[in-house]
Ligand binder design. Structure first.
Ligand SMILES: CC(=O)N[C@H]1[C@@H](OP(=O)(O)OP(=O)(O)OC[C@H]2O[C@@H](n3ccc(=O)[nH]c3=O)[C@H](O)[C@@H]2O)O[C@H](CO)[C@@H](O)[C@@H]1O
Ligand SMILES: C=C(OP(=O)(O)O)C(=O)O
Length: 424
């Protein structure tokens, strides 16, 4: 079993180039199913989730040409002119959450889809009722089996008015992917407005879609008969950037993150500044510099533009070393405190009370053997290992490969002593 070994206590100094966004790349890849022309995507991060999505699309009949552009990620040319299959198998689909985004495109372009239940991080029940409800509102007939969903359309999907009962990134994306080729106008209310959704909408509009209200909670989509191909560069990964920003602060370092600006992660920037971290914004970079003791700051995860749940574990690590008491509330996922037990093994003082984790800052963390339970919990443990005294071993590191391109290399370039060990 692979594990990551960190010799902690080293201040990080240097530069880190931010890769393309995982959560933007995945729906953009699914969008290739909407056209019989080629969609060229650049700045795709080299991650296991991307490989899984590639395998899902290839299984459907999408032809994918991949060019490795080294540190600039992957360039993908996806052609879905000749789809022969409308079935998304469980063995592949269960690996990622994003697989559910094949439902909307398959239904709207081909009128049928059989998809298994999606995987992803085990951070809560993660139902798909909203995905199903919006497809039904667009006219899809859906039969739920115990292991998969059968969906078909009599003629074509038809535009509708639909209001989400809960803010969902995934369901908003699926609705958009389906509505762009539906007949007539769709009005979506109470949408999620994460920047990755706006990125998808911009690419779709470049392909000939007509989406209005981008970046807001109300989207109007005028359905088109067909979409064309295009070439699109994926936005930077704000969660990767946020993770390294916190790593720089907690190790009392000075790190310049390249290829990202503060407007993408305003909420984190605000909280880190409140914690006493110096954050400077330049053209296409953010510089994070430790200055003095860390102050406690409360956060509550919320849909964008609130504090992102995908940075909760990492921010909690920062707070373990703050001078005082902070409360971290997780309101999006009911099981996203799995890093707490592991952080406590490293000397953190954290008590869970329902949706809240109460963190009493300590002087320092100490290295330990810990287990990564999901993607961002793993990132939190890496951060903890970097600032802890002594050696930390992290098991379950395959989670990290879902979301962090070249993690060890990027951190080593800033002086971290981090390596991956294979075998027992
Ligand atoms: C691949 C990807 O982009 N994943 C992101 C996406 O996940 P994902 O799209 O799964 O997250 P959602 O925004 O849909 O989930 C938000 C909440 O809504 C609930 N829900 C969702 C759908 C549904 O049909 N019914 C329902 O009740 C979920 O259980 C959760 O409690 O947004 C999350 C919230 O920002 C992020 O943490 C994930 O990194
Ligand atoms: C929860 C995440 O991903 P997924 O939705 O793919 O499980 C994440 O990126 O933190």
């Amino acid at each position: 079993m692979e594990r990551i070994l960190i010799q902690g206590g080293i201040h990080l100094f240097g530069e880190i180039a931010i890769s393309g966004s995982k959560n933007s790349s995945l729906p953009l890849m699914a969008a290739s199913l909407l056209s019989n022309q080629t969609l060229q995507l650049t700045n795709i991060p080299k991650l296991s989730d991307i490989t899984t999505m590639k395998n899902l699309l290839v299984n459907l009949g999408t032809v994918i040409e991949i060019v490795d552009q080294e540190d600039n990620g992957l360039q993908l040319k996806l052609s879905s002119a000749d789809i022969q299959n409308y079935f998304v198998p469980y063995e592949i689909e269960s690996k990622i959450r994003a697989s559910i985004w094949l439902l909307g495109p398959l239904l709207t372009r081909f009128g049928k889809a059989t998809v298994s239940f999606p995987g992803g991080c085990e951070i809560g029940a993660r139902p798909i009722d909203l995905h199903i409800a919006v497809m039904q509102a667009l006219g899809a007939k859906i039969i739920m089996h115990h292991d998969c969903i059968d969906a078909h359309v009599d003629e074509c999907l038809v535009g509708c008015n639909f209001s989400f009962t809960k803010v969902s990134v995934g369901a908003t994306i699926n609705a958009i992917l389906a509505a762009v080729l539906a007949k007539g106008e769709t009005n979506l209310f109470h949408c999620a407005r994460e920047p990755e959704i706006a990125d998808l909408c911009r690419c779709l509009n470049q392909m000939g879609a007509e989406i209005k209200g981008i970046g807001t909670t109300e989207l109007t989509i005028i359905g088109k008969d067909r979409l064309d191909g295009t070439s699109y560069k994926v936005m930077p990964d704000r969660i990767e950037a946020g993770t390294y920003m916190i790593a720089a602060a907690v190790t009392r370092g000075d790190v310049k993150l390249l290829g990202i600006e503060c407007d993408l992660i305003e909420n984190l920037v605000m909280r880190m500044k409140a914690a006493g971290v110096s954050i400077l914004q330049g053209k296409n970079f953010i510089r994070v510099k430790h200055q003095g003791p860390l102050k406690p700051v409360n956060i509550s995860t919320q849909p964008h533009p609130g504090f992102p749940t995908d940075l909760q574990a990492q921010f909690m690590c920062l707070m373990t070393l703050a001078e005082g008491l902070s409360t971290i509330s997780e309101t999006i996922f009911e099981n996203r405190f799995m890093h707490v037990r592991e952080l406590c093994k490293m000397g953190a003082n954290i008590t869970i009370d329902g949706h809240d984790a109460v963190v009493q800052g300590v002087q320092s963390l100490v290295g330990a053997e810990v287990m990564a339970s999901d993607l961002r919990a793993s990132a939190g443990l890496v951060i903890a290992g970097l600032c802890a005294r002594g050696e930390t071993t992290i098991r379950g590191v395959h989670h990290l490969d879902r979301g962090y391109q070249s993690l060890e290399k990027k951190l080593s370039q800033c002086g971290a002593k981090i390596s991956r060990i294979t075998g027992d």
